[in-house]
Every structure is written in C-alpha cells, then in structure tokens.
Design a protein around this ligand. Structure first.
Ligand code: DGL
Length: 260
C-alpha cells in the first residue's frame, strides 16, 4: 500500500466524543485533511459487549478506508481502542494506527503517590487493557474507577453544559470532592463536560485526558513516515452512520468550543 502526504487522517469514535481529540490534532497539524467518522447509529459503545464493540469498530473502519485514501487512523475512542486496537493493527499492518487510552501515566507522573479517579465507560474499565495500565502506572497511586452511565448520551444530545449533566454527575462525583489529586477523563466525550465536572469537584482536582498525547503520537508517526501534509489549507469532513445534518452541526460546534 502506498501512502501520500495528501491522504486523509481518519479519526473514528462512536459519536462526537473524538472531536475532543480532533481539536488537538488540528492544533498540532492544521494543514492536514481530516475525515471524522462517528458511528452514531450504534452509540453508545460503552454499554455493549466487547465483541459487539469490536465488530462495530472493524466495520466502521473498513467503510472509512474503502471510501477515502487514508494515511493514518486515529481511534479517538477509549472503548473502541480497548476492544479492537490489536485487531486493527493486524488487519492493516502498513497503516499508521493510533489508539487512545486513559491518561493514567500522565496522572501518576504528575501526582506520584496521589489519589486518582479514572472516569470511563464500563467496557474500558473492565477490559484487560485497563488492568495492564493499572499494573504499569497505577501501582504507586490510589486509583478509583468511576463509571458515569448516561454522560455520553447527554454529550451526543449537545447537553454537555446542562442542568441534566450536573444532575447526572453531582451524585457520582460529589463524594470525591476534595479527595482526588486528578480525575482522568477516560472517555473522549467527557472533556466536553469538564466545566460541569470542575464545578462539582472544585479547582483542587486536575482534569487530565489523553487527547494531547494521542495527537502528539500521531504527529511523530507521520513525521517519521515522511507523510505530513505540505503547508496549505487543511479541512475536516464529518461523516456518520446516524443523522448527517444534526451530527455535522453538533460536531462543528464542539470542534470550535475552547477547551476549559
Ligand atoms: N467516546 C468513547 C470513549 O472514548 C465512548 C463513548 C461510548 O460509550 O460510545 O470511550
């Protein structure tokens, strides 16, 4: 397979969550052409069986690669990464394939011996990949696994700053107020709700996510392969298995939202 610097960087998530990673990618590589695909017809992934997430991810990636020339695939979904990243690398050995995982290393480096919450989907928290991450980086800290069912759905509805988001997160996070050094946002939808999360936890807890690290890794891999786009105008094309117009409107709004 021959790749060209003009090919797309494909960014995949179950829905709009991966736009939080796309923001970092665009900041670091503004001249690239991005094709962003959200599998909204099948979201949320986090409540499904691992096998279902794997099959959905493989099917979505197959479709993206069949329709567009792609030089790198960013799986901007912690859930899909835990279920399918190994399979993707086996299926597409020549393609640059980057996954995302909860930023536990970042948290452990920044707060050695600290107390760290990891908020992620049920699939991410129960998969072997997360256990390995815990063994590797969590040993020196106290790690609390925190599930936030329903938050992905609210972000998908554009309600990331709403009363509903506060009502959902308050009972989950209030018990941790003043107790966590860091909260790792281990689902790419969650950074969009960071204002509400910060309201509940207060300023003493750092909010960390893997978006910046994933974008940097993508940049380095493309640099090494000599596949970075030449200076010029980049673009973003949004595609979804769900309702196209609503998806585009929400994804565009989120892409232009400043990180808080
Ligand atoms: N955004 C995805 C993640 O990073 C999952 C959302 C979902 O449950 O579909 O885990």
């Amino acid at each position: 397979m021959a790749f060209s610097p003009n090919d797309y960087i494909a960014v995949f998530d179950s829905g709009v969550g991966g736009v939080s990673v796309l923001r970092h990618l665009k900041r670091l590589m503004p001249c690239e052409r991005y094709i962003y695909y959200g599998d909204c017809a099948n979201a949320p992934y986090g409540k499904r069986s691992t096998e279902q997430v794997r099959q959905l991810t493989l099917a979505a990636v197959e479709k993206i690669l069949a329709e567009h020339p792609v030089k790198a695939l960013v799986v901007a979904c912690n859930t899909a990464t835990s279920a399918a990243i190994g399979h993707l690398r086996t299926l597409y050995p020549e393609l640059i394939v980057i996954g995302i995982e909860p930023a536990l290393k970042l948290a452990a480096d920044r707060f050695p011996g600290g107390r760290i919450g990891v908020m992620a989907t049920d699939v991410t928290l129960r998969e072997e990949k997360f256990d390995l991450l815990l063994q590797r980086w969590g040993a020196s800290c106290r790690v609390d696994k925190i599930s936030a069912p329903g938050l992905v759905e609210l972000v998908e509805q554009g309600l990331e700053h709403s009363e509903a988001a506060f009502g959902l997160l308050e009972p989950i996070l209030a018990p941790y107020k003043g107790k966590l050094d860091a909260l790792v946002l281990g689902c790419t939808h969650y950074p969009f709700a960071s204002a509400v999360i910060r309201d509940i936890l207060g300023p003493g807890t750092a909010l960390l996510d893997g978006g910046d690290g994933t974008a940097r890794e993508t940049l380095h891999r493309l640099q090494r392969a000599d596949l970075l786009a030449k200076p010029g105008d980049g673009c973003v094309i949004f595609k979804t298995s769900g309702e196209e117009a609503a998806f585009k409107a929400l994804a565009t709004r989120l892409l232009n939202t400043r990180e808080v």
